[in-house]
Ligand binder design. Structure first.
Ligand code: GUN
Ligand code: ZN
Length: 438
């Protein structure tokens, strides 16, 4: 058995904070210790107490004065869009048709998919993200490259081969039959291998025929424990086009409901313009609305109504995500900074404890993985991030006058990026400091 004792300041959430003074929502140790055994957190608490339980010869790593938290979780991004980021377009549909679809066509080539997968996982590690829920391209090769690389790095990843059979270039289309066969093959090849999870991934209603939606429904029936991911109500033109394609549906959400795609393992990217009826349907089924702040601003899609969704009589579960490549940063710190501003524009507050809860335990709960991810509780996988609030000269100057944990978190979120990530641990192994060495 390999054991490591990691020392530093520890922060882990017990539940969602009710307000900025809700200190019972989290556990903070100013001189903490984490005992890691075989990639899992075996003990967490005050350093002296944890050290007393550790084997005599335990290897120790001292990260003081830095803050150690569970690794960040990103609940929606697109692996084949790394080279689409920063593409100039008026809105979602122009951006998809002009840049995104042509770029995704390249993922039919295994060598390209494999090369981008290496970069993708490097960026995740560099930014402290240890789990992500990803869309691959329509090609099985892209899912193979993604999962092979995540297996190599022993990361907990959720991803799916996108299903799409219309309204896109020929090189990016499957058929209902192909989408069934290839999704099944991806499940057979990768689900449960290492820490990989496969998600059933119809891209969105515009790119799937009703026949393909039926296939998605059969897959959900056949594999009810798998995650489902798609896009919903991101942009007004997208909503209008969807209602033309599915005239019999009550609204956009009802398109997915008709094919049995709503449920507690279902993640719906964006959900900016939902009606009350749609929000009720999301709530009643335990479906998750995924907030993608940098993407929503970049594509001009709209302001996600976080509080209106979570504080309604029938609350909707929410998570937070980068939505690379509509999103503009891999960093969950940058993502939460933009989320804060989106709430400011709606006269709402997002306190720093809310933010750090969301990107750790909150997102783990949204993925139904909080028993293993998102906290520092014993039994959790030792996926960790080590944060430095004085990572740049400007941050260090600001940090001189920080005198509370809330201030520190807010500084990290407002001014931090990958430079604030001192180390990223995956299943107990340091990965950021060794990037590029193998
Ligand atoms: N809707 C369908 N596909 C996409 C995508 O790749 N990005 C975003 N932001 N929205 C989508
Ligand atoms: Zn997306």
């Amino acid at each position: 058995m390999t054991s490591t004792l990691i020392r530093g300041r520890l922060l882990s959430f017990n539940r969602a904070p009710e307000d900025i003074d809700d200190s019972a929502a989290y556990t903070y140790e100013s001189d903490g210790g984490l005992l890691i055994e075989d990639g899992v957190i075996a003990a967490a608490g005050a350093y002296a107490a944890v050290k007393a339980t550790a084997p005599q010869d335990v290897a120790e790593v001292d990260h003081r004065p830095h803050l150690i938290m569970p690794g960040f979780i990103d609940t929606h991004l697109h692996f084949p869009q790394m080279q689409v980021m920063a593409s100039y377009a008026a809105d979602l549909l122009e951006w998809l048709n002009t840049y995104t679809f042509p770029e995704e066509c390249r993922f039919v080539e295994p060598a390209h998919a494999e090369r981008i997968a290496v970069h993708f996982f490097d960026e995740m590690i560099r930014h402290g993200t240890t789990t992500a829920t990803a869309y691959c391209s329509v090609h099985k090769t892209s899912a193979d490259a993604f999962f092979a690389e995540s297996l190599k790095r022993n990361m907990c990843m959720i991803a799916g081969k996108v299903m799409m059979d219309r309204n896109a270039p020929q090189g990016l289309l499957d058929t209902p039959e192909m989408s069934y066969d290839e999704t099944r093959a991806v499940i057979d090849d990768w689900h449960g291998k290492g820490r990989n999870h496969v998600a059933i991934t119809p891209r969105f209603a515009i790119t799937s025929t009703p026949e393909q939606m039926e296939v998605a429904q059969s897959l959900v029936r056949e594999f009810p424990h798998l995650h489902v991911q798609t896009h919903l109500s991101e942009n007004r033109d997208e909503i209008a086009f969807t209602s033309e394609l599915y005239p019999e549906a009550k609204d956009y959400t009802d398109v997915y409901a008709r094919y049995g795609l709503l449920g507690p393992k279902s993640l719906f990217g964006h959900c900016i313009h939902l009606s009350e009826r749609e929000a009720d349907a999301m709530s009643e089924t335990g479906s998750v609305a995924v907030f993608c702040p940098t993407s929503n601003l970049f594509l001009g899609s709209g302001l996600f109504p976080l509080r209106a969704l979570t504080r309604r009589q029938k609350p909707v579960r929410v998570s937070i995500a980068s939505d690379i490549g509509g999103g503009t940063s891999y960093s969950m710190l940058r993502t939460l900074d933009e989320a804060y501003k989106i709430l400011q524009l709606q006269g709402e507050r997002l306190n720093p404890f809310d933010s750090f809860h969301l990107m750790t335990r909150g997102n783990a709960e949204a993925l139904s993985l909080a028993d293993r991810l998102g906290t520092l509780e014993p039994g959790s996988d030792a996926d960790l991030v080590v944060l430095d609030m004085a990572a740049t000269p400007a941050m260090a100057l600001r940090a001189e006058v920080v005198n509370s944990l809330a201030d520190e978190l807010f500084l990290l979120q407002t001014m931090g990026d990958d430079r604030a990530i001192v180390e990223t641990y995956v299943a107990g192994k340091p990965c950021k400091s060794v990037l590029g060495m193998s």
